[in-house]
Design a protein around this ligand. Structure first.
Ligand code: DX5
Ligand code: ZN
Length: 225
């Protein structure tokens, strides 16, 4: 379990034609969130392992790769070789979750399972002992700029309870519609890593937005029992 709040700006919301400059603006973040979409699991298409390898050359920040793709078991290797530091794949997209988790860990990266908003926390029962992180989607994946789904708060509390029952403490990350207005409550309910796309890259001052979201999150952490 982390004892701090970490911010992972999603470059999906960045100006893709000026990516190197945009990365410079978020140097105070803790991770770069890299959204991989295959046009099948989600109705949008984004980045592949080639861009990930280039990004690794450009930044020292660890890269948090979110695979929104079908059949992650067959395709995760390319992202590991390209330098992914954390890899999340979706519960709804896999047939062999443990095999994929072990492959990620054997490569030395952190392994995470992602849950869509419609997937109950109970889906984690047989996986929570094995994961380094749980990625809780607070929007239906596919696009940036969507509205945070409120049932996420309850799911975060359920995951905290389940982790305590299992005697484990995976890091919890929340992704989708996160900003300064809801960061405190999200962290209070159990998340330590906040993905923020639009609320960072569409802000006039991305570094200030990172600092504001972080302080809001820290207020939530201080209120946690
Ligand atoms: C959605 C992606 C998110 C997205 C978040 O499918 O997984 O990471 O970039 O964007 P915002 O913060 O704008 O909701
Ligand atoms: Zn994401």
């Amino acid at each position: 379990m982390l004892s701090d709040v970490r911010i992972a700006p999603s470059i999906l919301a960045a100006d893709q034609l000026r990516l190197a400059e945009q990365i410079e603006l978020i140097k105070t973040a803790d991770y770069i969130h890299f959204d991989v979409m295959d046009g099948v699991f989600v109705p949008n298409l984004t980045f592949g392992p080639g861009l990930l390898a280039q990004l690794k050359e450009e930044t020292d920040l660890p890269i948090d790769v979110h695979l929104m793709i079908c059949d992650p078991d067959r395709r995760v290797g390319a992202y590991l070789s390209a330098g992914a530091d954390i890899v999340s794949f979706h519960y709804e997209a896999q047939l062999h979750a443990h095999r994929t988790l072990y492959a990620i860990k054997e490569h030395g990266a952190k392994a995470a399972i992602a849950l869509n908003p419609g997937t109950p926390a109970a889906a984690l029962e047989s996986l929570i002992d094995e994961v380094d992180m749980v990625l809780v989607m607070s929007v239906n994946p596919g696009f940036g700029g969507q509205t945070f789904i409120d049932s996420t708060y309850r799911k975060l509390r359920q995951i905290r309870r389940m982790a305590a029952e299992h005697g484990v403490s995976p890091v919890v990350e929340v992704d989708g519609g996160v900003g300064v207005n809801n960061a405190e409550r999200i962290v209070h309910c159990g998340a330590n890593i906040l993905v923020a796309g639009s609320s960072v890259f569409k802000a006039a001052d991305p570094a200030a937005a990172i600092a504001d979201i972080r302080s809001a999150g820290e207020r939530g952490l201080n209120r946690r029992s």
